[in-house]
Design a protein around this ligand. Structure first.
Ligand code: FAD
Length: 279
């Protein structure tokens, strides 16, 4: 139990962050930890992914969710769907299913919260501290306060009844439009309402394994993984950085290795069961 508590990981939240992290940890376990920690039996290391809803990648198509689940199952990740984390004391993770997991490492990937500022009317601060805005990103009830990106909750887009996804593209698009609108308002012209241009969503689960939804076009696996890499490579600022990143990825792909290392002592510290439990 002591060894398992140190080796097992529990990731909470089966969105893109949780899914990608579970996949990346599994690849580290398989390709890196086995070489670096020869004294450990890596078969003992379990990676749990806990998701409260019935499926992974809720913002994506059913097809992408199912394929991501298949990929993770194939890779040996223990996926717990329809299961919420009830409590964690630094050692025991209690799940809504009644199951108990033991781990010193729980990674929260179940959403973010805004950082509220004082002085705003309480009714504009909604779930997750997102601020209710109109179609011009003006905080409801104010003419001269704007909120954009993750912190803005815009109602009225029938495609996104719970607000736009908390991702980079809505933040970038709103940023550009609000800048133009403020200029328009200063010139006395009418502002333009925001309409989100959804370029699609993608998530990478592991080597040669990704899922892509682009409108009605959906694909998974090897080709999706290449598309994911290309899109993310092009999103990096500057050609020099893109080229360096490309070679770094190629190196990792061909060598199955990571260049970063955390240097720790081997077998020098022995933990007693009491020492590993939280105090
Ligand atoms: C782990 C992870 C992975 C992600 N991966 C992707 C991805 O692959 N693709 C994608 O599209 N999106 C991804 N996202 C989401 C994406 O990062 C966000 O949607 C995007 O950064 C939102 O931009 P923003 O400007 O609204 O907020 P942020 O980027 O969060 O910027 C807000 C900034 O405001 C600062 N701040 C907060 N309060 C104050 C204050 N009171 N005073 C001054 N400064 C303050 C914060 O420190 C922060 O720097 C990911 C998010 C996470 C957490």
């Amino acid at each position: 139990e002591v060894m398992n508590s140190l080796m097992d990981f529990v990731i909470v939240g089966g969105g893109p962050t949780g899914v990608e992290l579970a996949g990346a940890l599994t690849e580290l376990k398989k390709n890196v930890f086995t070489k670096d920690y020869k004294e450990l039996d890596m078969r003992e290391m379990d990676i749990h992914l806990v998701e409260a809803s019935p499926r992974l990648l809720n913002g994506m198509s059913e097809q992408a969710s199912q394929k991501a689940l298949d990929f993770l199952n194939e890779m040996g990740v223990k996926v717990h769907l329809n299961t919420a984390v009830k409590s964690y004391d630094g050692y025991e993770v209690n799940l809504s299913s009644g199951e108990k997991l033991i781990s010193r490492t729980l990674i929260w990937a179940a959403g973010i919260k805004g950082n509220p500022i004082s002085g705003l009317k309480p009714e504009v601060v909604t779930r997750g501290n997102r601020l209710l805005v109109d179609e011009f990103n003006r905080v409801k009830g104010y003419d001269n306060i704007f909120a954009i990106g993750d912190v803005a909750l815009m109602e009225g887009d029938e495609r996104f009844p719970k607000g736009h996804p908390q991702m980079a593209p809505p933040a970038q698009q709103q940023g550009r439009l609000v800048a133009k609108n403020i200029r328009n308002l200063m010139k006395g012209s009418a502002p333009r309402p925001f309409r989100y241009f959804d370029k699609g969503s993608m998530a990478t689960v592991g080597r040669n394994k990704a899922v892509v939804d682009m409108g009605r076009i959906r694909f998974q696996g090897f080709f999706a993984w290449y598309v994911w890499m290309f899109v993310h490579l092009m999103a990096i600022v500057g050609w020099k950085n893109r080229v360096f990143t490309f070679f770094s990825w190629m190196w990792s792909y061909l060598t199955y290795d990571r260049s970063n290392r955390l240097i720790i002592g081997r077998n020098e510290e022995k933990f007693s069961p009491e020492e590993t439990k939280p105090h």
